[in-house]
Design a protein around this ligand. Structure first.
Ligand SMILES: C[S@@+](CC[C@H](N)C(=O)[O-])C[C@H]1O[C@@H](n2cnc3c(N)ncnc32)[C@H](O)[C@@H]1O
Length: 294
């Protein structure tokens, strides 16, 4: 169990994940975005002593908490600080072979969002960081301060789906250097009428987070290779939190289904039930897609 002083992150659609994964007690599984280990703990609880779960994450703080939380399962569980986009090479390196199921729960954990120093939330004052991997070279401040005005506008337009991207980019460009969340929020607030401010802030923050962590590139590169990592009959479950990710997953599943490589289980994405949406606000935007390798 998670200790009471460790940050809590409620796993999204836990019952749906377990039911769709339909665990084989002796099976081999991957949680590609292990986070604080919520889904991982559920999967491990369904495995026998011969079952195995490989966890991946790129956030060293999350890995530390997850390792501690899943200490009881140490003989069935191993976590690596690697991107899920590198899954096929990690499986080769650790000699794990093809697996029975892979879970990706994309986006950020409550540990990251609630952190007062990592710059993910526009409600917390800190350096404009936004890196999932604290060892990576490029943070949000460096992208904001070093990119051209049109590069900034493209980030906001494509990753934030914000129509006033050019205007916002101009204001950002005029006010550089920008190094803190507070400074950034003040500038963004002037770019939107009061009733649209929170939406604009959320979109712009999302866009730079996606750019800093190359989130869409990682997802696309994973989707090109994951089929080789799955056994025939193996399951892939991906939970995404915005339309950009969901569209990429949907297209990839459709393409593999057309080629006869995949059977799509969720013709429409599954969303959280009313009760979960009330209890866990993160679940409101979650969309789950599942498929089986043929
Ligand atoms: C929504 S959280 C996962 C929460 C987890 N399912 C749980 O129940 O505790 C997403 C996690 O994915 C991690 N992450 C983001 N990009 C990643 C990548 N490319 N490779 C591996 N992990 C990544 C983040 O650091 C974060 O910890």
């Amino acid at each position: 169990m998670i200790a009471s002083n460790t940050p809590n992150h409620i796993p999204v659609m836990p019952n749906e994940v377990l039911s769709l994964m339909d665990l084989k007690p002796q099976g081999k599984y991957v949680d590609g975005t292990c986070g604080l280990g919520g889904h991982a703990e559920m999967i491990l609880s369904g495995l026998s002593k011969k079952g195995f779960l490989l966890g991946l994450d790129i956030d060293k703080d999350a890995i530390k908490i997850c390792k501690k939380r899943l200490d009881n399962f140490s003989s069935n569980f191993h976590i690596e600080k690697k991107s899920y986009s590198e899954l096929s090479s990690v499986l080769k390196i650790i000699g794990m072979g093809q697996v029975d199921g892979i879970l990706l729960d994309l986006g950020l954990s409550s540990l990251q969002l609630d952190s007062q120093s990592r710059g993910f939330s526009f409600k917390e004052s800190s350096h404009l960081d936004m890196r999932f991997d604290q060892g990576s070279r490029i943070d949000a401040a460096s992208i904001i301060n070093k990119s051209s005005e049109s590069e900034i506008a493209d980030i906001i337009y494509y990753y934030g789906e914000e129509r006033r991207s050019r205007f916002i980019a101009k204001k950002i460009f005029q006010n550089r250097p920008i190094n803190t969340v507070d400074q950034f929020v003040e500038i963004l607030k002037k770019c939107a009428p009061p009733h649209k401010r929170n939406k604009t802030l959320a979109r712009v923050f999302q866009s730079f987070r996606i750019a800093v962590n190359k989130e869409l590139d990682n997802l696309s590169s994973f989707l090109e290779k994951y089929l080789d990592c799955l056994k025939v009959g193996g399951k892939i479950i991906i939970i995404s939190f915005h339309s950009l990710e969901d569209r990429i997953v949907k297209r990839s599943f459709k393409e593999s289904s057309r080629k006869g490589q995949l059977n799509i289980i969720t013709k429409k994405p599954i969303i959280a039930c009313e009760d979960e949406r009330i209890k866990n606000s993160r679940s409101k935007s979650a969309k789950l897609r599942c498929a089986v390798k043929l």
